[in-house]
Design a protein around this ligand. Structure first.
Ligand code: IMP
Ligand code: MG
Length: 187
């Protein structure tokens, strides 16, 4: 794709402002802190999209916590993607056996990535396994996912910003928005 220098200018509609995101992250942090009071959490962030969310959410949680990072990618091609085959590019650094684990995701779309990840992490025998996603696009769900914490439910639109990319660009925007149609046609 052709990356422009005016990142914010490529966005046609702002779906979630920086203020809305920060307010919701504070609420999620408070809720998680209350639900998991007295425990030590292990947050597992799914790179790269959840990086800003992870950084903000971990600081909104008032509990002792560890963090770990995984990176996964769907196998290329629409047919293999729909089979839910996921490749692990970066695995956990430490054992999560007996830990209270919270998966931190940017967005759940078809649910195939998370479905794979949940089964993979369950196999590591954590004491508990919960899911927190910033965004949920339920319109395109192919597998049912039990989400414990959702930031925002959004319509079936491709969004960028606050970690989310188009062609690896736009992750550093502080808001979440929809790209102008001409940005796609230029790519
Ligand atoms: P799923 O396996 O279909 O749930 O896909 C989840 C992954 O697809 C996310 O972690 C994102 O990397 C990517 N994705 C899905 N929808 C969007 C979007 O609207 N903008 C950017 N990335 C997206
Ligand atoms: Mg992506």
């Amino acid at each position: 794709m052709v990356a422009t220098t005016d990142l914010a200018g490529d966005v046609g509609e702002i779906l979630l402002t920086e203020e809305q995101i920060q307010a919701r992250v504070a609420e999620l942090g408070a809720q998680i802190s209350a639900d998991m009071a007295g425990r030590t959490l292990t947050l597992v962030s799914v790179l790269k999209g959840s990086l800003p969310f992870m950084a903000d959410l971990m600081r909104a949680i008032r509990l002792p916590l560890r963090i770990d990072l995984m990176e996964v990618s769907s196998y290329g091609g629409a047919t293999t993607e729909s089979s839910g085959l996921v490749r692990i590019l970066k695995d956990l650094s430490s054992s999560i056996e007996g830990e209270d684990v919270l998966i931190v995701e940017d967005i759940i779309d078809t649910g195939l990535t998370l479905n794979y990840l949940v089964r993979y992490l369950r196999g590591k025998k954590p004491a508990s396994l919960r899911i927190c996603t910033l965004l949920d696009k339920p319109a395109r769900r192919l597998v049912e996912i039990d989400v414990d914490y959702t930031g925002f439910t959004i319509p079936d639109q491709f969004v960028v910003g606050y970690g989310l990319d188009y062609g690896e660009i736009y992750r550093n925007l502080r808001f979440v928005g929809v790209l102008k149609p001409e940005v796609y046609s230029a790519g």
